[in-house]
Write a protein that binds this ligand. Sequence first.
Ligand SMILES: C[S@@+](CC[C@H](N)C(=O)[O-])C[C@H]1O[C@@H](n2cnc3c(N)ncnc32)[C@H](O)[C@@H]1O
Length: 264
Amino acid sequence: MTHADIDFGQLYREHMAAAGGREKPPEEWDARAETMGRMSGESRYVNDFIGRMDLSGCATLLDVGCGTGAIALALAPRLQKVYGLDYSQGMLDVMTRNAAALGLDHVAPLRRAWEDDWTDVPVCDIVTASRSTTVMDMADALAKLDAKATKRVYLTSLVGGRFIDADVAELLGRTRPALPDYIYIVNILYRMGRYPRLDYIENANRLAGTQDFEEFARKAAFTFGEIDAAGRARLRQWYDADPERARRGGAPFHWAFISWETTP
Ligand SMILES: C[S@@+](CC[C@H](N)C(=O)[O-])C[C@H]1O[C@@H](n2cnc3c(N)ncnc32)[C@H](O)[C@@H]1O
C-alpha cells in the first residue's frame, strides 16, 4: 500500500466520527459572539495570521467562519470589498457593528454554513478560514474554499487535535479523543493537485497567564467545568511540581497555517 491508496477525505470523516465530533448548532456560537475578540493574545494571533499573507494584486476577500471579524476587519482597509461568511447571526451582527465603528462600509455579512450550497457565494481574490475549520467533511470544505478564490487561500487548523494540554485534561479525568488535525488538510490538498505551504502560529495555552494556584484553578474550572476535591488536589500537585510550567498553562498550543495558490 502507498499513500496514493488512501482517501484522506474519507479517513478524516471517519476520524471525526470516532472522536465524537458533531456539528454545533449556530446558537452555541451566537451565545459567544459578545465575548469573542476580547480574548488575551488575540491581536498577536491576528498579526501572526495577516503577517503571513500576500495581498499583492488582490482587491476582494471572502472570510469563512468570520466570527466577529478578527481577520476580515483587520484586512478590510487594504481591500475594496470584503465578505464575512458565518452561520451565526450573532457573530455577523457583532462583525457588522464593529465594521461600522471602524468606518468600514465595504464589509458585507453573508449568513451561510460550511455545509450549505455555496453556488451564489461570491468568488474573491483571497479566501481565508481562520480558526473555523473544525468541519465534519474536510474534503468538501477545502473544495469550497478553493473554488471561491481566484488567487490564494489561507487557513488555520489544529495541530494535535486538542485545544488544552493533554496532561492537565488527563489528571482531571477529562480526556477526549483527539480531533483530526491539519495533516489531513495537507494530504487532501496534495490529492487536489495543489501545493500547500505550511507554517505554524504559536498561541498561549488557554490556561496560561495566571499568578497563583487559585487563579489557575478558576481558569481550569471555566474550561473544564466544576472540579471536585480530588481533581483539585491533583491539579495542585501538578501546579506545585513546576509553577513556571503552570504559569504557561502547560504545553504551548500551535495552529497550523496553511496556504495555497489557486492559479498556476
Ligand atoms: C473560533 S471562531 C473563529 C472566528 C474568526 N475566524 C477568528 O479567527 O477570530 C469560529 C467561527 O466559525 C463559525 N462556524 C462554526 N461552524 C460553522 C459552520 N458549520 N458554518 C459556518 N460557520 C461556522 C462560528 O460561528 C464562529 O464564528
